[in-house]
Ligand binder design. Structure first.
Ligand code: ZN
Ligand code: FE
Length: 255
């Protein structure tokens, strides 16, 4: 039986996600930005939280975990994290591990860069990837703890997933990402198409997520730092992809 996925807003611009297995009634929250909207979403569906799958230690991804575990007694799954900011972890996971949510299987991809311990969760049977703050639609996370080559490698791991997979990311940043991306690639038709779609969705106050990974690969300039046309736009012909990626990220930071 296919999983049911629910998307909603937490805090200001974080996404809350529930992944529910109808066969076993297991339900996972991907990250725990804030308890109240997650509880509301669970109660609306009549679901009980069994698992929290944490992507990284930032407060806007773990802040609701303690309250949720107190209420539901659910399991907390998290990467190995030296910050100590992820409290009461039941299962520490690493690259290639498989996490079970009822009968659903989530594969762990280590995607360091934004933070050193950051992971993504890939539900292959659902063609869904929960990428936290590594990959956003038409953007990517800031590189706080890692290096540009490290973050670029992480983006390549996500880019290697099939085109028909859907991207569920940590934040609704798509409109601002589109604005920046158009300054680099005003003539990219895939980006132009996404820009029109995003303007329509935001105008209707709808989320821009999930995004189709195949479309992101065409439209998201941060996934195309190894495309010679992107290097040319930055006057970096012949530079290695990680350097081109670093320049893109620096420009976005200043935008
Ligand atoms: Zn973060
Ligand atoms: Fe975040």
């Amino acid at each position: 039986m296919a999983a049911e996925i629910r998307t909603f807003t937490c805090l200001t611009d974080n996404f809350g996600y529930l992944v529910h297995d109808p066969a076993t009634k297991a339900t996972a929250s991907i990250d725990a930005p804030e308890a109240a909207p997650i509880i509301t979403a669970l109660e609306r569906e009549g679901w009980t939280l069994t698992d929290i799958l944490i992507t990284h230690h930032h407060g806007d991804h773990v802040g609701g975990a303690v309250e949720l575990t107190r209420k539901y007694g659910c399991r907390v799954v998290a990467p190995r994290d030296k910050s100590g900011k992820i409290a009461n972890v039941d299962l520490r996971i690493a690259n290639g591990d498989i996490v079970q949510v009822g009968n659903l299987l989530a594969r762990v991809l280590e995607t360091p860069g934004h933070t050193l311990e950051h992971v993504a969760y890939v539900f292959d049977s659902e063609k869904a990837v929960f990428a936290g703050d590594t990959l956003f639609s038409i953007g990517c996370g800031r590189v706080f703890e890692g290096t540009y080559p490290m973050m670029w490698d992480s983006l390549l791991k996500l880019r290697a997933l099939p085109d028909d997979f859907r991207l569920y990311c940590g934040h609704e940043y798509t409109a601002s990402n589109v604005k920046f991306a158009l300054t680099i690639e005003p003539d990219n038709p895939a980006l132009q198409a996404r820009a029109a779609e995003v303007a329509k969705l935001r105008g209707e106050n709808k989320p821009t997520i999930p995004a189709l990974l195949g479309e992101e690969k065409q439209a998201n300039v941060f996934l195309r730092a190894d495309d010679p046309s992107v290097a040319a736009k930055l006057h970096m012909k012949g530079a290695d992809a990680a350097s081109v990626f670093g320049e893109l990220r620096e420009r976005k930071n200043k935008s």
